[in-house]
Design a protein around this ligand. Structure first.
Ligand SMILES: [Zn+2]
Length: 286
């Protein structure tokens, strides 16, 4: 956090501070999802697969383009850390930083999960959120953030001096290695910053530090996505449970999460096509 300033404010400090902010990335020109098509397609969905993610662990799943998936709370309040890749190319992965710059700190219906450079296309669109009533609370907290990273053993070692192996980073690494057959340390390089599903987070008003509080999620709640391209996903059940106290330990009560995959009637997608990677020339000025 920023320390108290040592320098005397200039005479025009108040005027400089009073300058109005502008939105970095106005989204008026951002290609919008076809939510009418999504609504029509949702009516035809048939659940074709379910995967249970055990507590303090992770599982992978695949979703063909044009299909839907849900992350569902079961048994008790539990936060999930989500990674997404292009099914055939692990180098195309979810870019939480650019997603945050485009859509804000917390995601909701109609927001997309964007892939990194040089692709920068929507991997998935959020199509339903049973926690959309939560909004932002009196502390500035909201659910489904893209401001955290994922709990990991390196920060645990840095701050606590101990090794804990069931952080989301390690859970996702083991699951990706098992899915792909990659050596563990190679799989680890593909694990990236997450969408914190169901997690309730924000920045403190005074020090602007990242905070978490007990997730409002309850069994039966879900977050639903439309797969814009063929996806490989991995979901970790955070060892923080509902993230009300601590993570990176076995202290919190943890519960499973369920992933449900849904297949639509193909004709409902007749007017839809999977987004292409960015059309930028990649000349970079040379
Ligand atoms: Zn975690």
């Amino acid at each position: 956090m920023k320390p108290a300033g040592k320098n005397t404010p200039p005479k025009d400090a108040a005027a400089r501070r009073a300058v109005k902010p502008v939105i970095c990335y106005p989204v008026d020109t951002l290609p919008q999802p076809d939510m009418a098509m999504v609504a029509a397609t949702r009516d035809t969905l048939e659940m074709t697969e379910t995967i249970i993610v055990p507590p303090r662990d992770a599982r992978t799943f695949t979703v063909p383009a044009g299909h839907f998936f849900k992350i569902v709370s079961v048994e008790g309040p539990q936060v999930g850390d989500l990674n997404l890749w292009a099914r055939q190319d692990l180098s195309e992965k979810f870019y939480s930083g650019k997603t945050r710059a485009l859509h804000g700190t917390h995601l909701g219906v109609g927001d997309r999960l964007w892939s990194g450079f040089p692709y920068l296309r929507p991997l998935a669109t959020i199509t339903y959120d049973t926690l959309d009533w939560y909004g932002f609370d009196a502390y500035g907290g909201g659910v489904h953030d893209v401001i955290g990273t994922r709990c990991d053993p390196y920060t645990g070692r840095l701050l606590g001096g101990t090794d804990y192996h069931h952080c989301c980073h390690s859970n996702l690494t083991r699951a990706l290695a098992a899915e792909t057959g990659l050596p563990l340390l190679e799989a680890e390089r593909h694990v990236h910053d997450v969408l914190n599903v169901f997690m309730c987070t924000g920045f403190t008003r005074d020090t602007h530090q990242y905070f978490m509080k007990a997730s409002p999620v309850r069994p039966g709640d879900f977050l639903e996505f439309f797969a814009e391209i063929d996806l490989l996903g991995a979901l970790s059940t955070c060892p923080g449970g509902d993230c009300s106290t601590e993570h990176s330990s076995d202290a919190a009560a943890c519960y499973p999460l369920e992933i449900q995959i849904f297949t639509p009637e193909p004709e409902t997608l007749s007017g839809w096509s999977s987004p292409r990677p960015s059309a930028y020339s990649r000349g970079h000025g040379l």
